[in-house]
Write a protein that binds this ligand. Structure first.
Ligand code: ADP
Ligand code: G6P
Length: 453
């Protein structure tokens, strides 16, 4: 089997001695990496003054993790500026938040070129390369310009908007030309795949674009959650509820997650369905993310204010409706909270997939499962037919969804959960990565040098 080379902006380098709690991508790729030779390349997560082009290497579980530092300036232009200030809002349909600066676009391209140079020096002709996410659209083009003829696939973890919307991006055609350099482009949903194909066709370009909705290890997560729910910490949470139903949200503090409307939805629930007052506690865990950007800082202020105002209006001496935590928790702790929650509240305005929605389902106790209230604009909505779907732009609809979930009889909750869980087990992490790599044709003869224009 040819060597597998994974490239992503963040690299989950295992820390020596520390118990690993790998995030989504590391878990999803676990099976693809097992039992074969592999490199995982990307940014170290650090900045330094004069980072050399020699990557730092950590060998673990048969994988060679190779990372390079960025300069402060590279980070500002490539990551904060173009990736998070331009592409992230654009790809999440938020034109009003898009900021475009040419120097950031150029910095983004320069970092991709540098990554390509560092990587190319370590590649073999038959390596299969799999690049992840919007930080690295230009990587294949940069590798091709260095003369590489390897098979290169790309997976976009976030949504892709319709072509006329994407057309607003200055010099967007150059980005489409970059995307067309990949042999295969994987998207989260059929809708995203159709949008990208449309944008490519409009620019006179084409390559293979297909939907590969990302999967998870549902059984593994279920075990972790069942164990975590027995921990002292989870017991403290359960006792603190005094018999009330826990409504839970778990997200990065990001404007794509629809948090202000979610808070307003809880406010509407308490006003419109007074019988639910004092019956519920809403816990939102949202660790601060990308705080270098003003949009993220002002979102945090908005939510601080909203939580304070809603609590001020509804709280009583021994109860407040909202608990609001902006610190990070471990994945294991979160899995325990998810299991205790009667309602999982996942209401992004747009989301590629949303793994928390899937994790909530996987974490439930099958004898008494909670209900997922899910945005119809999350990729997960196409994969979890047993969820209560809501329009996240309407706090009243969120309130109605919450009320339905809280009033749902046990039998219906079980039926919905079984339907969701069966699909989660079917579309496992292993199936996702193997499916993508098989479609990329890694077992076929690698394209010979010279076969490429
Ligand atoms: P995004 O990738 O936009 O952050 P997803 O829901 O697809 O959204 O993936 C988030 C991942 O990060 C999930 O696996 C989730 O369990 C994890 N996560 C989310 N919030 C936290 C948190 N507060 N602490 C630790 N991990 C978190
Ligand atoms: C989303 C993106 C990932 C990114 C993650 C965390 O899931 O699709 O590429 O790594 O958010 O964001 P951050 O900016 O902290 O890497």
């Amino acid at each position: 089997m040819p060597r597998l080379v994974i490239v992503s902006n963040r690299v989950p380098v295992p820390k020596p001695g520390a118990k690993t709690q790998p995030g989504g991508l590391a878990v999803a790729l676990k099976d693809a990496l097992e039992g074969r030779s592999a490199i995982w390349f990307g940014w170290s997560g650090q900045t330094s003054r004069e980072p050399g082009d020699e990557p730092a290497i950590v060998e673990a579980n048969g994988v060679s993790y190779a990372t390079v530092d960025l300069t402060e300036q590279e980070l500002k232009l490539y990551y904060t500026g173009y990736s998070n200030g331009t592409l992230w809002p654009l790809l999440h349909y938020r034109m009003g938040l898009v900021e475009f600066r040419r120097e950031e676009e150029e910095g983004y391209r320069a970092v991709n070129e540098r990554f390509a140079r560092v990587l190319a020096a370590r590649l073999r002709p038959d390596d299969v390369i799999w690049v992840h996410d919007f930080h690295l659209f230009p990587l294949a083009g940069a590798l091709r310009r260095l003369g590489l003829g390897n098979r290169i696939g790309f997976f976009l973890h976030v949504p892709f908007p319709p072509a006329p919307f994407f057309a607003a991006l200055p010099r967007g055609e150059a980005l489409l030309a970059d995307i067309a350099q990949y042999d295969l482009v994987g998207m989260q949903t059929e809708e995203d795949a159709a949008n990208l194909s449309g944008a490519l066709a409009g620019a006179g370009l084409s390559t293979r674009v297909e939907a590969f909705p990302i999967g998870m290890d549902a059984e593994g997560f279920a075990k972790t959650a069942a164990r975590a729910a027995r921990s002292a910490e989870a017991k403290r949470l359960a006792e603190s509820l005094n018999g009330r139903a826990l409504l839970l949200g778990v997200d990065r503090l990001d404007y794509s997650k629809g948090l202000p409307n979610r808070f307003l939805g809880v406010d509407r629930l308490l006003r419109r369905f007074p019988e639910q007052r004092r019956n519920v506690t809403f816990l939102q865990v949202a660790p601060v993310s990308r705080g270098e950007l003003q949009q993220y800082r002002s979102l945090r202020r908005e939510l601080d204010e909203l939580a304070g105002r809603i609590n001020g209006q509804h709280a009583e001496v021994d109860w407040a409706p909202i608990r609001w935590i902006t610190r990070a928790s471990s994945r294991t702790s979160l899995s325990g909270y998810l299991r205790l929650a009667k309602v999982g509240l996942v209401t992004p305005l747009r989301d590629g997939m949303n793994l928390v929605a899937k994790e909530y389902v996987a974490a439930q106790d099958e004898k008494d499962p909670g209900v997922l209230v899910l945005s119809r604009f999350a990729g997960a909505a196409a994969e979890l037919p047993g969820a209560v779907l809501v329009n996240p732009h309407d706090p009243d609809e969120i309130a109605e969804g919450l009320n339905d979930a809280l009033s749902m009889p046990l039998e219906e909750r079980q039926a919905r959960w079984r339907e969701n869980m069966a699909l989660l087990k079917q579309n496992s992490a292993a199936r996702w990565s193997k499916g993508f790599l098989a479609a990329l044709g890694e077992d076929a003869t690698p394209p010979g040098s010279g076969s490429r224009p």
